[in-house]
Ligand binder design. Sequence first.
Ligand code: NAD
Ligand code: DAO
Ligand code: ZN
Ligand code: ZN
Length: 369
Amino acid sequence: MKSRAAVAWEAGKPLSIEEVDVQGPKAGEVLIRVVATGVCHTDAFTLSGDDPEGIFPSILGHEGGGVVEEIGEGVTSVAVGDHVIPLYTPECGQCKFCLSGKTNLCQAIRVTQGQGLMPDGTSRFSLGGKQLHHFMGTSTFSEYTVMPEIAVAKINKAAPLDKVCLLGCGITTGIGAVLHTAKVEPGSTVAVFGLGGVGLSVLQGAVLAKASRIIAVDINEDKFEMAKLLGATDCINPKNYDAPIQDVIVDLTDGGVDYSFEAIGRTETMRSALECCHKGWGESTIIGVAGAGQEITTRPFQLVTGRVWRGSAFGGVKGRSQLPGYVEQYMQGDIKVDEMVTHTMGLEDINKAFDLMHSGESIRSVVIF
Ligand code: NAD
Ligand code: DAO
Ligand code: ZN
Ligand code: ZN
């Protein structure tokens, strides 16, 4: 079938709107009509060429919401007409990782997904006979995409797909990092570095966890209004201080915060986030994805004296079993999503979504097909 799609032909170039060919689903796969997709920093990261796993030409996008249009042989857990959120972190329920109970990083299709291919080692996308690669196993910048059954979460049909698509990455990642990865306790102090869609969602998670003080850090003060709306008790801009921002936070909090989160993707701010944690127990969670080959540094004595450094992918959330519950929490008003959608546009304007992100004007742009 034909599908409108934004194709990333090469790194550093704008996406190109094309009519691509999409092959139907094979065994264990489903065809999804993408209704809406968010544009996340990670799409921009891959498009920039900084992503070591970036493959071109490809169809980017991983923050989608859609409807199942066709199912392949043997598919039993979803049916035509079901509303779904594509998962870049699948959940097979059978691999060593799924069975461990310790991680959401299902490895069932990891190798082929990293190669931009479906589990059988081929692509469902092409144009003029030339193969296009999948991206993160989701490729939601195409009106029709094909996903393995284990990589779709079936959700409440009453949920607006042009909003809950954002639960496919940024919002879930931020909230989940607080609740699933760090497991912030009531009364804790929290610092969040970066107030994009992910960092703002960390704020939401901190409120849900009943943190007592939530310090929001960004160099773009335009983000502070939304941060306060979502529960930040303090907003600080590192550029307004001569001292390193970790020292400023340590002074503000009588020795440091209980939990910090880095949601930028810069190794310098990862260090600041660790070092603003309280001696003896402070824990810092890295969410941001740094450029290829970059390394984090700190003095080992920071860890010897009780600080903990960890990381989180998709907020530690298991997509098929836990994401539908996030959609329900949104429907009940406990998770804020609508507030994050600052811009909407048609597919033909998708490059504007990248411009708005780079200029810091948007929180999330949602492309509606
Ligand atoms: P975004 O671009 O919308 O937001 C980043 C924010 O960081 C912006 O508000 C920007 O002003 C701020 N910032 C930039 N440099 C700064 C600095 N030096 N000090 C303080 N603030 C600074 O990005 P996003 O979509 O919210 O994503 C954030 C990061 O999380 C990205 O690296 C993205 O790739 C990553 N990410 C990770 C996961 C995961 O599962 N681990 C999931 C989604 C996104
Ligand atoms: O299992 O080795 C693995 C990779 C899992 C992918 C997790 C990706 C999380 C960070 C990327 C940003 C997501 C938009
Ligand atoms: Zn698995
Ligand atoms: Zn994302």
